[in-house]
Design a protein around this ligand. Structure first.
Ligand code: GLC
Length: 443
Protein backbone atom coordinates (compact mmCIF):
# COMPACT_ATOMS: atom_id res chain seq x y z
CA UNK A 1 0.00 0.00 0.00
CA UNK A 2 2.76 2.40 1.03
CA UNK A 3 4.80 1.66 -2.06
CA UNK A 4 1.74 2.15 -4.14
CA UNK A 5 1.18 5.57 -2.59
CA UNK A 6 4.80 6.60 -3.10
CA UNK A 7 4.53 5.58 -6.74
CA UNK A 8 1.32 7.48 -7.19
CA UNK A 9 2.74 10.66 -5.67
CA UNK A 10 5.90 10.19 -7.70
CA UNK A 11 3.82 10.08 -10.86
CA UNK A 12 1.78 13.11 -9.87
CA UNK A 13 4.99 15.02 -9.18
CA UNK A 14 6.25 14.03 -12.65
CA UNK A 15 3.13 15.30 -14.34
CA UNK A 16 3.23 18.52 -12.34
CA UNK A 17 6.85 19.00 -13.33
CA UNK A 18 6.17 18.44 -17.02
CA UNK A 19 3.42 21.04 -17.07
CA UNK A 20 5.01 23.53 -14.71
CA UNK A 21 6.01 26.83 -16.29
CA UNK A 22 9.58 28.05 -16.12
CA UNK A 23 10.52 30.39 -13.25
CA UNK A 24 9.62 33.93 -14.32
CA UNK A 25 13.18 35.21 -14.74
CA UNK A 26 14.12 32.31 -17.03
CA UNK A 27 10.93 32.71 -19.01
CA UNK A 28 11.58 36.43 -19.46
CA UNK A 29 15.14 35.79 -20.65
CA UNK A 30 13.91 33.23 -23.19
CA UNK A 31 11.27 35.63 -24.47
CA UNK A 32 13.47 38.72 -24.63
CA UNK A 33 14.34 38.73 -28.34
CA UNK A 34 10.71 38.09 -29.20
CA UNK A 35 9.43 40.87 -26.96
CA UNK A 36 11.94 43.33 -28.40
CA UNK A 37 11.35 42.33 -32.04
CA UNK A 38 7.93 43.99 -32.44
CA UNK A 39 7.65 43.09 -36.11
CA UNK A 40 7.81 39.81 -38.00
CA UNK A 41 6.79 38.54 -41.43
CA UNK A 42 4.44 35.58 -41.81
CA UNK A 43 4.67 33.59 -45.04
CA UNK A 44 1.85 31.39 -46.25
CA UNK A 45 3.31 29.45 -49.12
CA UNK A 46 1.76 26.27 -50.39
CA UNK A 47 -0.01 24.58 -53.28
CA UNK A 48 -3.08 26.77 -52.72
CA UNK A 49 -1.14 29.51 -54.54
CA UNK A 50 -1.44 27.52 -57.78
CA UNK A 51 -5.17 28.15 -58.21
CA UNK A 52 -5.16 31.13 -55.85
CA UNK A 53 -7.72 29.69 -53.45
CA UNK A 54 -8.10 29.49 -49.69
CA UNK A 55 -5.35 27.47 -48.02
CA UNK A 56 -6.73 24.07 -46.98
CA UNK A 57 -10.13 25.48 -46.00
CA UNK A 58 -11.30 25.53 -49.64
CA UNK A 59 -11.67 21.73 -49.68
CA UNK A 60 -12.52 21.34 -46.00
CA UNK A 61 -15.45 23.72 -46.50
CA UNK A 62 -16.50 22.00 -49.74
CA UNK A 63 -15.75 24.76 -52.29
CA UNK A 64 -13.57 22.32 -54.19
CA UNK A 65 -13.10 18.55 -53.90
CA UNK A 66 -10.07 17.20 -52.08
CA UNK A 67 -8.90 15.56 -55.34
CA UNK A 68 -9.12 18.81 -57.26
CA UNK A 69 -7.37 20.62 -54.43
CA UNK A 70 -4.48 18.16 -54.52
CA UNK A 71 -4.22 18.52 -58.30
CA UNK A 72 -2.54 21.83 -57.52
CA UNK A 73 0.50 19.77 -56.51
CA UNK A 74 1.32 19.52 -60.21
CA UNK A 75 1.50 23.28 -60.62
CA UNK A 76 3.70 24.00 -57.64
CA UNK A 77 7.03 24.64 -59.37
CA UNK A 78 8.95 26.99 -57.04
CA UNK A 79 11.08 27.59 -60.14
CA UNK A 80 11.71 31.25 -59.30
CA UNK A 81 12.14 30.73 -55.57
CA UNK A 82 15.01 32.81 -54.25
CA UNK A 83 15.13 32.47 -50.48
CA UNK A 84 18.07 34.92 -50.30
CA UNK A 85 15.89 37.57 -51.92
CA UNK A 86 13.03 36.79 -49.56
CA UNK A 87 15.34 37.13 -46.57
CA UNK A 88 16.77 40.42 -47.88
CA UNK A 89 13.31 41.85 -48.33
CA UNK A 90 12.24 40.71 -44.88
CA UNK A 91 15.35 42.29 -43.41
CA UNK A 92 14.69 45.48 -45.34
CA UNK A 93 11.13 45.66 -43.97
CA UNK A 94 12.52 45.96 -40.46
CA UNK A 95 11.10 42.62 -39.36
CA UNK A 96 13.31 40.80 -36.88
CA UNK A 97 11.91 37.34 -37.60
CA UNK A 98 9.86 35.41 -40.12
CA UNK A 99 7.53 32.45 -39.88
CA UNK A 100 7.09 30.07 -42.83
CA UNK A 101 4.25 27.57 -43.24
CA UNK A 102 6.18 24.30 -43.36
CA UNK A 103 2.88 22.41 -43.49
CA UNK A 104 -0.66 23.75 -43.53
CA UNK A 105 -3.85 21.84 -42.66
CA UNK A 106 -3.73 20.29 -46.17
CA UNK A 107 -0.76 18.18 -45.08
CA UNK A 108 1.66 19.25 -47.82
CA UNK A 109 5.13 19.49 -46.27
CA UNK A 110 7.54 22.01 -47.76
CA UNK A 111 10.51 20.00 -46.53
CA UNK A 112 11.37 16.46 -47.61
CA UNK A 113 9.54 14.81 -44.75
CA UNK A 114 9.90 11.06 -44.38
CA UNK A 115 6.16 10.49 -44.58
CA UNK A 116 3.11 12.24 -45.96
CA UNK A 117 2.78 14.54 -48.97
CA UNK A 118 5.88 16.64 -49.70
CA UNK A 119 6.95 19.24 -52.24
CA UNK A 120 10.05 17.12 -52.87
CA UNK A 121 8.24 13.90 -53.76
CA UNK A 122 4.91 15.15 -55.06
CA UNK A 123 5.45 18.46 -56.88
CA UNK A 124 7.65 19.69 -59.76
CA UNK A 125 9.54 21.77 -57.16
CA UNK A 126 11.29 18.47 -56.36
CA UNK A 127 13.15 19.75 -53.33
CA UNK A 128 13.21 20.79 -49.72
CA UNK A 129 12.11 24.43 -49.61
CA UNK A 130 12.48 24.96 -45.88
CA UNK A 131 16.24 24.39 -45.47
CA UNK A 132 17.35 27.11 -47.91
CA UNK A 133 14.89 29.54 -46.32
CA UNK A 134 16.21 28.84 -42.82
CA UNK A 135 19.80 29.35 -44.02
CA UNK A 136 18.91 32.59 -45.79
CA UNK A 137 17.21 34.02 -42.70
CA UNK A 138 20.16 33.13 -40.51
CA UNK A 139 22.52 34.80 -42.96
CA UNK A 140 20.54 38.01 -42.51
CA UNK A 141 20.60 37.60 -38.75
CA UNK A 142 16.84 37.07 -38.61
CA UNK A 143 15.15 34.70 -36.19
CA UNK A 144 13.62 31.60 -37.73
CA UNK A 145 9.99 30.67 -37.12
CA UNK A 146 8.38 27.53 -38.49
CA UNK A 147 4.60 27.27 -38.77
CA UNK A 148 3.33 23.73 -38.34
CA UNK A 149 -0.31 22.64 -38.53
CA UNK A 150 -1.18 19.93 -36.05
CA UNK A 151 -4.23 19.19 -38.18
CA UNK A 152 -3.50 17.15 -41.30
CA UNK A 153 -6.69 16.72 -43.29
CA UNK A 154 -4.93 14.68 -45.99
CA UNK A 155 -3.23 12.06 -43.83
CA UNK A 156 -5.16 8.78 -43.88
CA UNK A 157 -4.80 8.26 -40.12
CA UNK A 158 -6.07 11.73 -39.22
CA UNK A 159 -9.68 11.63 -38.02
CA UNK A 160 -10.85 14.91 -39.57
CA UNK A 161 -11.28 15.35 -43.31
CA UNK A 162 -14.14 17.62 -44.41
CA UNK A 163 -16.45 19.86 -42.41
CA UNK A 164 -19.30 17.39 -42.87
CA UNK A 165 -17.30 14.17 -43.07
CA UNK A 166 -14.85 12.66 -40.61
CA UNK A 167 -12.78 9.57 -41.32
CA UNK A 168 -13.41 8.07 -37.89
CA UNK A 169 -13.88 8.91 -34.22
CA UNK A 170 -10.79 8.75 -32.00
CA UNK A 171 -12.72 6.98 -29.25
CA UNK A 172 -13.71 4.23 -31.71
CA UNK A 173 -10.19 3.66 -33.01
CA UNK A 174 -7.56 4.91 -30.54
CA UNK A 175 -4.85 2.86 -32.27
CA UNK A 176 -5.38 4.66 -35.52
CA UNK A 177 -5.18 7.97 -33.67
CA UNK A 178 -1.99 6.80 -31.95
CA UNK A 179 -0.51 6.16 -35.41
CA UNK A 180 -1.31 9.73 -36.39
CA UNK A 181 0.21 11.08 -33.19
CA UNK A 182 3.41 9.14 -33.91
CA UNK A 183 3.47 10.50 -37.43
CA UNK A 184 3.01 14.14 -36.49
CA UNK A 185 5.45 14.00 -33.61
CA UNK A 186 7.94 12.37 -35.96
CA UNK A 187 7.54 15.31 -38.33
CA UNK A 188 8.15 17.76 -35.52
CA UNK A 189 11.24 15.83 -34.54
CA UNK A 190 12.49 16.17 -38.11
CA UNK A 191 11.89 19.92 -38.09
CA UNK A 192 13.59 20.37 -34.75
CA UNK A 193 16.58 18.20 -35.60
CA UNK A 194 17.13 19.57 -39.09
CA UNK A 195 16.37 23.25 -38.68
CA UNK A 196 16.42 23.95 -34.94
CA UNK A 197 14.05 26.94 -35.28
CA UNK A 198 13.94 29.83 -32.82
CA UNK A 199 10.17 29.62 -32.78
CA UNK A 200 7.41 27.11 -33.54
CA UNK A 201 4.11 28.49 -34.73
CA UNK A 202 1.50 25.80 -34.12
CA UNK A 203 -1.95 25.96 -35.65
CA UNK A 204 -5.11 23.89 -35.62
CA UNK A 205 -5.04 22.73 -32.00
CA UNK A 206 -8.81 23.30 -31.74
CA UNK A 207 -9.67 19.91 -33.24
CA UNK A 208 -8.31 17.92 -30.27
CA UNK A 209 -7.60 18.12 -26.56
CA UNK A 210 -4.17 18.59 -24.98
CA UNK A 211 -4.27 14.93 -23.96
CA UNK A 212 -5.01 13.75 -27.49
CA UNK A 213 -2.21 15.85 -28.97
CA UNK A 214 0.06 14.96 -26.02
CA UNK A 215 0.83 18.66 -25.86
CA UNK A 216 3.03 18.52 -22.75
CA UNK A 217 5.18 15.82 -24.29
CA UNK A 218 5.57 17.83 -27.50
CA UNK A 219 6.60 20.93 -25.60
CA UNK A 220 9.09 18.96 -23.52
CA UNK A 221 10.50 17.29 -26.65
CA UNK A 222 11.07 20.57 -28.49
CA UNK A 223 12.57 22.28 -25.47
CA UNK A 224 14.85 19.32 -24.85
CA UNK A 225 16.30 19.89 -28.33
CA UNK A 226 16.63 23.63 -27.77
CA UNK A 227 15.75 25.11 -24.36
CA UNK A 228 15.64 28.61 -25.85
CA UNK A 229 13.08 27.92 -28.53
CA UNK A 230 9.72 29.67 -28.28
CA UNK A 231 6.30 28.12 -28.87
CA UNK A 232 3.14 30.02 -29.69
CA UNK A 233 0.11 29.08 -27.63
CA UNK A 234 -1.81 27.22 -30.30
CA UNK A 235 -0.67 24.02 -28.68
CA UNK A 236 -3.73 23.90 -26.47
CA UNK A 237 -2.25 26.70 -24.37
CA UNK A 238 1.10 24.97 -23.77
CA UNK A 239 2.97 27.78 -25.48
CA UNK A 240 4.66 31.00 -24.52
CA UNK A 241 2.57 33.70 -26.17
CA UNK A 242 -0.94 34.49 -27.33
CA UNK A 243 -1.86 34.82 -31.00
CA UNK A 244 -4.77 37.21 -31.61
CA UNK A 245 -5.68 36.99 -35.29
CA UNK A 246 -6.76 39.70 -37.76
CA UNK A 247 -8.40 42.17 -35.33
CA UNK A 248 -6.11 44.69 -33.68
CA UNK A 249 -6.63 44.27 -29.93
CA UNK A 250 -8.64 47.14 -28.46
CA UNK A 251 -7.65 46.46 -24.87
CA UNK A 252 -4.26 45.20 -23.79
CA UNK A 253 -4.31 41.39 -24.01
CA UNK A 254 -4.06 39.59 -20.67
CA UNK A 255 -0.99 37.60 -21.76
CA UNK A 256 2.34 39.23 -21.13
CA UNK A 257 3.58 38.17 -24.56
CA UNK A 258 1.45 38.31 -27.67
CA UNK A 259 1.60 38.67 -31.41
CA UNK A 260 -1.13 39.85 -33.76
CA UNK A 261 -1.12 37.95 -37.04
CA UNK A 262 -2.60 39.91 -39.90
CA UNK A 263 -3.14 39.54 -43.65
CA UNK A 264 -2.31 42.39 -46.05
CA UNK A 265 -5.50 41.73 -48.00
CA UNK A 266 -8.16 39.22 -46.90
CA UNK A 267 -6.17 36.07 -47.69
CA UNK A 268 -3.24 34.28 -46.08
CA UNK A 269 -2.01 32.70 -49.30
CA UNK A 270 -1.59 34.16 -52.80
CA UNK A 271 -4.98 35.05 -54.29
CA UNK A 272 -4.65 37.38 -57.29
CA UNK A 273 -8.38 38.04 -57.21
CA UNK A 274 -8.21 39.50 -53.72
CA UNK A 275 -7.54 43.22 -54.18
CA UNK A 276 -8.56 44.26 -50.68
CA UNK A 277 -5.07 45.39 -49.71
CA UNK A 278 -4.54 47.57 -46.70
CA UNK A 279 -2.30 50.52 -47.51
CA UNK A 280 1.16 50.94 -45.99
CA UNK A 281 -0.31 53.80 -43.97
CA UNK A 282 -3.03 51.60 -42.52
CA UNK A 283 -0.55 48.84 -41.74
CA UNK A 284 1.96 51.17 -40.12
CA UNK A 285 -0.84 52.48 -37.92
CA UNK A 286 -1.66 48.88 -36.98
CA UNK A 287 1.99 48.36 -36.08
CA UNK A 288 1.93 51.51 -33.94
CA UNK A 289 -1.23 50.31 -32.18
CA UNK A 290 0.35 46.92 -31.55
CA UNK A 291 3.53 48.43 -30.13
CA UNK A 292 1.43 50.74 -27.97
CA UNK A 293 -0.18 47.70 -26.32
CA UNK A 294 3.16 45.93 -25.91
CA UNK A 295 2.75 43.28 -28.61
CA UNK A 296 4.25 42.18 -31.92
CA UNK A 297 2.81 42.36 -35.42
CA UNK A 298 3.26 39.31 -37.67
CA UNK A 299 2.35 40.61 -41.11
CA UNK A 300 1.54 38.02 -43.73
CA UNK A 301 2.67 37.67 -47.34
CA UNK A 302 1.58 35.00 -49.82
CA UNK A 303 4.17 34.17 -52.48
CA UNK A 304 3.09 32.75 -55.85
CA UNK A 305 3.55 29.07 -56.70
CA UNK A 306 6.75 29.91 -58.58
CA UNK A 307 8.21 31.53 -55.47
CA UNK A 308 7.92 35.18 -56.48
CA UNK A 309 6.39 37.67 -54.08
CA UNK A 310 3.55 39.78 -55.52
CA UNK A 311 4.59 43.39 -56.23
CA UNK A 312 1.93 44.91 -53.95
CA UNK A 313 3.35 42.92 -51.05
CA UNK A 314 6.93 43.87 -51.88
CA UNK A 315 5.88 47.53 -51.98
CA UNK A 316 4.21 47.29 -48.57
CA UNK A 317 7.27 45.64 -47.01
CA UNK A 318 9.58 48.29 -48.48
CA UNK A 319 7.49 51.15 -47.13
CA UNK A 320 7.30 49.42 -43.74
CA UNK A 321 11.10 49.28 -43.97
CA UNK A 322 11.46 53.00 -44.62
CA UNK A 323 9.26 53.77 -41.62
CA UNK A 324 10.73 51.20 -39.22
CA UNK A 325 14.32 52.18 -39.96
CA UNK A 326 13.58 55.89 -39.46
CA UNK A 327 11.77 55.21 -36.17
CA UNK A 328 13.82 52.26 -34.93
CA UNK A 329 14.46 53.74 -31.46
CA UNK A 330 10.72 53.99 -30.76
CA UNK A 331 10.02 50.46 -31.99
CA UNK A 332 12.59 47.81 -31.08
CA UNK A 333 12.89 47.01 -27.42
CA UNK A 334 10.16 49.48 -26.51
CA UNK A 335 7.53 48.85 -23.86
CA UNK A 336 3.78 49.41 -24.01
CA UNK A 337 2.88 53.11 -23.91
CA UNK A 338 0.61 55.17 -21.68
CA UNK A 339 -3.19 54.77 -21.47
CA UNK A 340 -5.17 56.61 -24.15
CA UNK A 341 -6.69 58.77 -21.38
CA UNK A 342 -3.42 60.69 -21.40
CA UNK A 343 -2.75 60.87 -25.13
CA UNK A 344 -5.28 60.28 -27.92
CA UNK A 345 -3.13 57.86 -29.81
CA UNK A 346 -0.63 55.05 -29.70
CA UNK A 347 2.52 55.56 -27.65
CA UNK A 348 5.51 53.59 -26.41
CA UNK A 349 8.09 53.85 -23.65
CA UNK A 350 11.79 53.12 -23.53
CA UNK A 351 12.78 50.23 -21.27
CA UNK A 352 13.74 52.58 -18.43
CA UNK A 353 10.48 54.50 -19.03
CA UNK A 354 12.18 57.89 -19.25
CA UNK A 355 11.47 58.33 -22.95
CA UNK A 356 7.88 58.61 -24.08
CA UNK A 357 7.19 58.16 -27.78
CA UNK A 358 3.98 59.54 -29.24
CA UNK A 359 2.76 58.18 -32.57
CA UNK A 360 0.92 60.79 -34.58
CA UNK A 361 -1.78 59.24 -36.72
CA UNK A 362 -2.43 62.19 -39.01
CA UNK A 363 -1.88 65.90 -39.38
CA UNK A 364 -2.65 67.60 -36.09
CA UNK A 365 -4.94 70.62 -36.24
CA UNK A 366 -3.22 72.22 -33.30
CA UNK A 367 -0.53 71.35 -30.78
CA UNK A 368 -0.32 67.72 -29.67
CA UNK A 369 -1.71 67.27 -26.15
CA UNK A 370 -0.55 65.05 -23.28
CA UNK A 371 -2.65 65.12 -20.09
CA UNK A 372 -1.93 64.06 -16.54
CA UNK A 373 1.83 63.77 -17.00
CA UNK A 374 3.51 64.52 -13.67
CA UNK A 375 7.00 64.53 -15.14
CA UNK A 376 8.85 67.53 -16.44
CA UNK A 377 9.82 67.25 -20.10
CA UNK A 378 13.50 67.99 -20.54
CA UNK A 379 13.44 67.90 -24.30
CA UNK A 380 11.09 66.93 -27.14
CA UNK A 381 12.01 66.16 -30.73
CA UNK A 382 10.95 64.42 -33.91
CA UNK A 383 12.26 60.85 -34.08
CA UNK A 384 14.35 60.08 -37.15
CA UNK A 385 14.70 63.75 -37.96
CA UNK A 386 15.93 65.38 -34.75
CA UNK A 387 14.02 68.65 -35.02
CA UNK A 388 13.61 70.09 -31.52
CA UNK A 389 10.01 70.90 -30.65
CA UNK A 390 8.53 73.59 -28.46
CA UNK A 391 6.37 72.36 -25.62
CA UNK A 392 4.29 74.39 -23.18
CA UNK A 393 2.48 73.45 -19.99
CA UNK A 394 -0.80 75.30 -19.53
CA UNK A 395 -3.23 75.42 -16.62
CA UNK A 396 -0.89 74.26 -13.90
CA UNK A 397 -1.69 75.80 -10.52
CA UNK A 398 1.38 75.82 -8.29
CA UNK A 399 -0.61 74.67 -5.25
CA UNK A 400 -2.33 71.77 -6.99
CA UNK A 401 -1.10 68.22 -7.56
CA UNK A 402 -2.97 68.06 -10.86
CA UNK A 403 -0.51 68.33 -13.75
CA UNK A 404 -1.15 70.98 -16.37
CA UNK A 405 -1.84 70.32 -20.03
CA UNK A 406 1.30 69.66 -22.01
CA UNK A 407 1.10 71.06 -25.54
CA UNK A 408 3.73 70.27 -28.15
CA UNK A 409 3.92 72.25 -31.39
CA UNK A 410 4.60 70.01 -34.38
CA UNK A 411 5.23 72.01 -37.54
CA UNK A 412 3.88 70.56 -40.76
CA UNK A 413 7.32 70.39 -42.35
CA UNK A 414 8.50 67.65 -39.97
CA UNK A 415 5.54 65.31 -40.48
CA UNK A 416 6.29 61.82 -41.79
CA UNK A 417 4.17 60.84 -44.82
CA UNK A 418 2.80 57.93 -42.75
CA UNK A 419 3.05 58.23 -38.97
CA UNK A 420 5.22 60.84 -37.25
CA UNK A 421 6.87 59.92 -33.96
CA UNK A 422 7.60 62.47 -31.23
CA UNK A 423 10.03 61.70 -28.41
CA UNK A 424 9.71 63.26 -24.97
CA UNK A 425 12.68 62.99 -22.63
CA UNK A 426 11.25 62.95 -19.11
CA UNK A 427 12.92 63.89 -15.84
CA UNK A 428 12.55 60.29 -14.63
CA UNK A 429 10.42 57.21 -15.25
CA UNK A 430 6.99 58.19 -16.55
CA UNK A 431 4.64 59.20 -13.75
CA UNK A 432 0.94 59.65 -14.50
CA UNK A 433 -1.73 61.41 -12.50
CA UNK A 434 -4.70 59.04 -12.24
CA UNK A 435 -6.76 60.59 -9.42
CA UNK A 436 -10.29 61.85 -9.69
CA UNK A 437 -10.34 65.62 -10.06
CA UNK A 438 -12.23 67.28 -7.19
CA UNK A 439 -13.81 70.67 -6.61
CA UNK A 440 -11.44 73.42 -5.50
CA UNK A 441 -12.62 74.55 -2.08
CA UNK A 442 -10.03 77.15 -1.35
CA UNK A 443 -8.11 79.26 -3.81
C1 GLC B 1 -6.13 30.25 -38.97
C2 GLC B 1 -6.33 29.39 -40.20
C3 GLC B 1 -5.22 29.35 -41.11
C4 GLC B 1 -4.16 30.40 -41.02
C5 GLC B 1 -3.91 30.84 -39.62
C6 GLC B 1 -2.94 31.95 -39.50
O1 GLC B 1 -6.04 29.56 -37.82
O2 GLC B 1 -6.70 28.09 -39.91
O3 GLC B 1 -5.66 29.12 -42.39
O4 GLC B 1 -3.02 29.82 -41.50
O5 GLC B 1 -5.07 31.16 -38.99
O6 GLC B 1 -3.03 32.58 -38.29
Amino acid sequence: MKRWLVLLFGCLACVAQAAEPLPKADADARMQWFKDAKFGVFIHWGIYAVDGIDESWSFFNGYISHDDYLRQLQGFTANRYEPQQWAKLIKQSGARYAVLTTKHHDGVALWDAKQGITTKKDTPARRDLVGPFVDALRKQDLKVGLYYSLIDWSYPDYDGFLRDKKRYEVKDDPRRWARFVDFYQGQLKELSQRYDPDLYWFDGDWEHSAEEWQADKVRAMLLARNPDTILNSRLTGRGDYATPEQGVPIVKPADQYWELCLTMNDSWGYQPNDRAYKTPNQLIRVLADTISLGGNLLLDIGPRADGTIPEEQVAVLKEMGRWTSKHAEAIYGSEAGIPKDHYYGPSALSKDKTLLYLFLDGKPNGPVLVKGLKNKVHRSWVVGNGTKLKSTVLGKAYWSQVPGLLYIDVPEAVLDPQVTVIALLLDGPVDLYREEIKAIESN
